[in-house]
Design a protein around this ligand. Structure first.
Ligand SMILES: Nc1nc2c(ncn2[C@@H]2O[C@H](COP(=O)(O)OP(=O)(O)OP(=O)(O)O)[C@@H](O)[C@H]2O)c(=O)[nH]1
Ligand SMILES: [Mg+2]
Length: 281
């Protein structure tokens, strides 16, 4: 046991920054850097679409990002433990406060059985801006005849530019083939249609409880690294596009240090959104 801890302590971080670099000035620099990402010269905002199995922390991530934007706890999307899906509507939220250069969209969770939960076709409709805010997802894709919620001629600002896939680290052990096939279908759609994709692994605090004491060990821990490598193998997504995080679910005030992994993910997501907009112009 002692040898294990010694080895962990002496090993180099598997990703930068290592624990000694995590501090409040790093948070301030990241916030400033992200706030200055100009998605394009016409002032367009980066569109971020969240998608993933139900109960993986999608809405908690939205609240975490808005907590960072507002500098205080935010509750903009209902997040809670449930046996069923909590979010069932398409919810588009424009960031304001310290960061205002993106719009984040929360969605219904994917469910394992075929024909239930978020429909895979709705992911592309969402990215292309064909779905209007407030749409209640059905188990079948949105119908073009749905006059209230199908937007046949979306404007540029209705689009999203980067798909952010959210998976709870605790799920990695239990993914069934049926589930995996649904997810791989989405990954394939993204590759074919040229949308960038980032994977966020939530609930790292449950997987590696030491992070509750010291989150700065996130990029040093071999346990976290192994989870990232495992996710990379399962989903076929590059290691650099996978971000382990801990959402704010307990804090009664903004924790700058705990925000660092979320900010590192957000920086990459907005750069990818920028690339997508340039490529599609
Ligand atoms: N420990 C821990 N719990 C988390 C984390 N993220 C989310 N949770 C918990 O996971 C549960 C589900 O969170 P939600 O944010 O509602 O998940 P969701 O993906 O939006 O769920 P649906 O809308 O039902 O698909 C809640 O009890 C959260 O408190 C995390 O990083 N760590
Ligand atoms: Mg939700």
């Amino acid at each position: 046991m002692f040898r294990y801890f010694l080895k962990e302590f002496l090993r180099s971080p598997w990703r930068e920054p290592g624990p000694s670099e995590w501090n409040e000035s790093m948070y301030d620099e990241l916030l400033n850097e992200i706030g200055h990402i100009r998605i394009n010269e016409k002032g367009r905002k980066g569109g971020i679409l969240l998608c993933g199995p139900n109960q993986t922390g999608k809405s908690s991530l939205v609240n975490t990002v808005f907590t960072i934007c507002n500098g205080r706890p935010a509750n903009v999307s209902t997040a809670m433990f449930s046996q069923k899906s909590v979010t069932s509507n398409y919810l588009r939220l424009a960031a304001h406060g310290s960061l205002n250069n993106f719009i984040i969209t929360d969605t219904k969770g994917l469910l394992e059985p075929k024909g239930s939960g978020l429909n895979v076709d709705d992911v592309l409709f969402s990215l292309r801006g064909n779905i209007k805010n407030g749409y209640k997802f059905e188990d079948h894709p949105i119908e073009r005849e749905n006059k209230d919620f199908f937007n046949a001629s979306p404007k540029k600002e209705d689009e999203s530019h980067c798909l952010v896939f959210i998976v709870g680290v605790d799920m990695l052990e239990t993914f069934s083939m049926k589930y995996l096939n649904k997810i791989k279908e989405i990954v394939c759609d993204m590759q074919e249609s040229g949308y960038p994709m980032v994977l966020i692994l939530t609930k790292m605090d449950k997987h590696y409880p030491y992070l509750q004491t010291d989150i700065t060990y996130m990029f040093k821990s071999s346990i976290v690294h192994e989870a990232v490598l495992k996710a990379s193998k399962i989903f076929g997504i590059q290691e650099r596009d996978i971000h382990p995080v801990v959402n704010f679910t307990q804090e009664i005030r903004l924790n700058k240090i705990k925000s660092i992994p979320v900010l590192l993910a957000l920086r990459q997501i907005l750069h990818y959104a920028e690339d997508r907009i340039h490529a599609s112009n």
